[in-house]
Ligand binder design. Structure first.
Ligand SMILES: [Zn+2]
Length: 368
């Protein structure tokens, strides 16, 4: 999440469970502030009881978050979506799914399962609290866990994507609109709005009440959430653009053509006049035979480019991975990544149509 290394706790039911190092900071903060709180309001407890209560409350909170994520994971499994891992980090946890849910109903069930688990845990701890005598550590820890778990359930149900409530909202909009892309945009905007409200509320709390820590924490959370919502929206726009654009459509603005017998110096001079990174088609007798780009040019020292010709360094078309012109750009991108190459040969009914470079693909995605 923050580029840190995730520590693996282990593997349960095929799901890798890990902890981001930021979580230990939170664990420490929660434990010390709880110890302070418990100690202040229960002076008869003694320091070992205070610390034992604070530590077990933190640990059970940690386990509660894990159970929340397991709730998502089990629901995902039930509707046939695989779960790769669960990671606990600064703001809680995240369950990484192997694929996106295929139907609105599936997304709804996966999203609601987490807050449902937190709500049930909250209720359970409150029942334990009611069943214990006043002011004993078990009761005090239970009431804190009860309220905190209910808080987790309520907070996660705010309708801002990517929070659970945002996913619930998206699944409902998806069912109503019939379009996942539009539902993602709408729930994304609500997420951005919700994040901005949190930022404003945090700043107001900090300024008006003087609780800087709480206010700034809320503002930071709002900034984090609105950023995450925006990223999800952009990703969804790009994904749908890649899915709906054909390889042939991205070929507009064909590559420049150079002759196989042109020197590399000529190639550079001829092609550099255009814009973007250098990639050109190499032709012989009017027939395309290969491609030449920065990679191919780099095999010859700059001072020696007048003594080499394009056909000596080009990558022959026969060596390129090919793709049909009717395929989507999404498929093209997958192929580029899978094969670890920078360009694909585009063919139509077995005949040569053009060459698609990574840069051409990027231009289509980033248009607008
Ligand atoms: Zn959740």
């Amino acid at each position: 999440m923050f580029g840190g290394r995730v520590l693996r706790l282990g593997r349960f039911f095929g799901i890798t469970i890990g902890v981001d190092p930021t979580w230990f900071i939170v664990f420490l903060l929660v434990t010390t502030s709880l110890a302070e709180g418990f100690g202040g309001s229960h002076e008869d407890w003694g320091s070992s009881a205070v610390w034992a209560a604070a530590f077990s409350a933190s640990l059970l909170f940690f386990i509660s978050i894990l159970l929340h994520e397991l709730g998502h994971s089990i629901a995902a499994r039930l509707v046939g979506v695989s779960v790769r891992s669960i990671t606990l980090f600064l703001f809680g946890g995240v369950a990484e799914l192997g694929s996106e849910p295929a139907r609105p109903r599936d997304e709804f069930l996966i999203a609601i399962a987490g807050p449902l688990v937190s709500g049930l845990l909250g209720g359970l701890f409150l029942v334990i609290w009611l069943a214990t005598p006043d002011d004993v550590p078990v009761g005090v820890v239970s009431v804190w866990l009860g309220v905190t778990n209910l808080g987790v359930a309520i907070f996660n149900m705010f309708p801002g994507f990517p929070l659970d409530g945002g996913r619930v909202l998206r699944s409902v909009l998806w069912a109503l609109m019939g379009s996942l892309d539009r539902a993602t945009q709408w729930s994304g905007w609500v997420g951005v709005l919700f994040g901005r409200i949190l930022i404003a509320a945090g700043i107001l709390i900090a300024v008006l009440t003087g609780s800087w820590f709480n206010g700034l924490f809320l503002a930071f959370m709002g900034w984090f959430l609105s950023g995450a919502a925006r990223r999800t929206m952009i990703q969804s726009v790009m994904t749908s653009r890649l899915r709906s654009t054909s390889v042939a459509a991205a070929l507009q603005g064909d590559l420049e053509e150079v002759d196989g017998w042109d020197t590399l110096e000529d190639v550079v001079n001829q092609v550099k006049s255009g814009t973007g990174p250098l990639t050109a088609l190499v032709a012989e007798d009017g027939e395309p035979v290969g491609v030449i780009g920065e990679l191919e040019l780099s095999t010859v020292a700059e001072g020696k480019r007048a003594y080499h010709v394009a056909r000596q360094v080009m990558t022959p078309l026969a060596r390129l991975i090919s793709i049909e012109s009717g395929e989507s750009l999404m498929e093209a991108l997958r192929t580029l990544d899978r094969e670890g190459v920078g360009q694909l040969l585009v063919s139509e009914d077995g005949r040569f149509l053009g060459v698609l470079t990574r840069d051409q693909l990027g231009r289509v995605v980033n248009a607008r």
